[in-house]
Design a protein around this ligand. Sequence first.
Ligand SMILES: NC(=O)c1ccc[n+]([C@@H]2O[C@H](COP(=O)([O-])OP(=O)(O)OC[C@H]3O[C@@H](n4cnc5c(N)ncnc54)[C@H](O)[C@@H]3O)[C@@H](O)[C@H]2O)c1
Length: 314
Amino acid sequence: MIAKIGVIGAGTMGHGIAETFALAGLDVKLYDVDDAALARARVLIGDELRLLVEEDYVAPAAVGEALARIVTTTDLAEAVADRDYVIEAAPEKIELKHDLLRRLDALMAPEAIIASNTSSLPLEAMAEALTPERKARFMVCHWYNPGHLMPIVELSFFGNMSAELYGEVEALYRKIGKQTVKVLKDVPGLVANRIQQGVAREVFSLIERGVAEPADIDRALKFGPAFRYATTGQLEVADFGGLDIWCVVGDNLLKDMDNSKEANPVLRTAVKEGRLGVKSGEGFFSYPPDTVAEKRRQFMRRLVHQLKASSFYA
Ligand SMILES: NC(=O)c1ccc[n+]([C@@H]2O[C@H](COP(=O)([O-])OP(=O)(O)OC[C@H]3O[C@@H](n4cnc5c(N)ncnc54)[C@H](O)[C@@H]3O)[C@@H](O)[C@H]2O)c1
């Protein structure tokens, strides 16, 4: 049974992964090359957990208890030597991941499992740095941001590991309350990001064509398809609507829809002009600096509400 967790990289994803495991009662060691990143992670984890208390999602005592379960360190051997499962959330650079994986392989117990939270690197390319024995204990476990609130974790089952070992990791994620997706082929973006990009491509195209204002397009998504998708997946929606109807509507609409192979010019122009969204104060909407912290908190609160609601239909 997997009980001791190691998390490598304490940035955007790593801190949320450590937080989630600790909140679920597991013992976590969080490693980063940078002391300041570890300190920031601890502050962020405390803030995020306190918001969960404000929203009545966890008990007040859970904050201190979860923080006490996380040991932070800049010593890689100390972080991983006694761990059953280590997930790396280090920067998305293949050379860096190779170096890290090679060191993890040497430092970790032979039976321990290594996972990568990579968003885009193929498993096989990463696994070149590992011994054949470890390759059979290596997988992608892809979390969504923010990790402590988004239920999904995509798990690779690409033929390099046994069904039994996969089952162990799947059980771990189910135990901590995540919804796992078993991905059978190593395609870029796995499942969820591909679905998201399909939607995003058409949304950006609608902006480019001036079909509706940004607020209306987002409203159409939130209160149209996404409203259903939160409770009922696309395939079930299609079954309810009738596959004959989806077939006809597909034939009629798809020929008019965006099928480009690269990011929309609307995005490229915005990037060139320095409109990067929240981080630059301007994107499709405006974010005056004095409103950003509250807007981020509101975003988190909405996800907590969604998380609570989803317990009824998960
Ligand atoms: N940000 C996202 O939305 C998101 C979502 C899913 C998956 N991912 C994936 O998760 C991984 C991490 O992304 P992130 O957004 O958290 O990055 P990040 O830049 O926020 O954090 C990376 C952390 O790794 C640390 N680091 C740098 N070199 C290191 C090394 N050699 N060993 C260990 N730690 C090191 C950095 O100090 C930093 O704290 C990437 O593989 C990324 O593709 C990101």
